[in-house]
Unconditional design. Structure first.
Length: 212
């Protein structure tokens, strides 16, 4: 702090308000291989062409082979809801699918509308294919972009998060995210899912007039 400021300042505080959280959990490593075995049976035969990607059907959470893993997803979501002090925990996985990215493949910035939380569980990564990008969800923050002397968590518009097999990420479904080009020589594999409250209109979205 400049000396000129210290002459008149008695106290100062910084309040981080309206934060956006990403929860990162390391699950048991033995949960990874059964999912890779399942994907090997579901995916089309042959190698993916360079720059291409493959997604499975969106109902993998209903398969018996993934029962234990899906149960761990539910436990993780409950812990997030407790952290957020959400008073309603009757939720459902609305979709769960596998992703394969060949060398050269990218996944452009996107969100997952009509869901409360999204999750990604990593199955196979490699050097050059072991990160995910989270982008500032505040569109208005890009209106004025003064130069900065160093990128920090307080001034950046993108956070690059490293990942590895067995890592589960949970984040708000509104948070824009993307995956850079797979710069490795092997497939990158992950399992994605979305979560939403059951009976949202009848339960969570009731009018709050009595709480004002």
């Amino acid at each position: 702090m400049p000396a000129s400021t210290r002459k008149w300042l008695e106290a100062s505080e910084i309040h981080p308000i309206f934060p956006t959280f990403v929860w990162k959990l390391q699950l048991r490593r033995d949960l990874v291989q059964p999912v890779l075995d399942l994907i090997a049976r579901l995916r089309p035969p042959g190698e993916l062409a360079r720059g291409s990607a493959w997604q499975s059907a969106h109902d993998l959470h209903q398969l018996a082979e993934l029962r234990e893993l899906v149960a761990s997803f539910h436990d993780a979501v409950r812990s997030v809801l407790r952290f957020l002090r959400v008073g309603h925990d009757d939720f459902a996985i609305t979709g769960c699918w596998a992703n394969l990215y060949a060398p050269g493949a990218v996944h452009r910035m996107h969100t997952h509308p009509n869901n409360f939380l999204s999750g990604v569980y990593y199955l196979r990564t490699a050097d050059g294919a072991d990160t995910i990008n989270f982008h500032d969800p505040r569109a208005q923050a890009a209106v004025i972009r003064p130069p900065v002397t160093a990128l920090t968590g307080e001034n950046t518009d993108q956070v690059v998060m490293p990942v590895e097999p067995g890592v589960l990420l949970l984040f708000p479904a509104y948070l824009p995210h993307s995956v850079d080009e797979n710069r490795s020589t092997t497939l990158r594999a992950s399992l994605s899912f979305n979560v939403m409250f059951r009976g949202f209109a009848e339960t969570v979205a009731k009018p709050m007039w009595g709480e004002e």
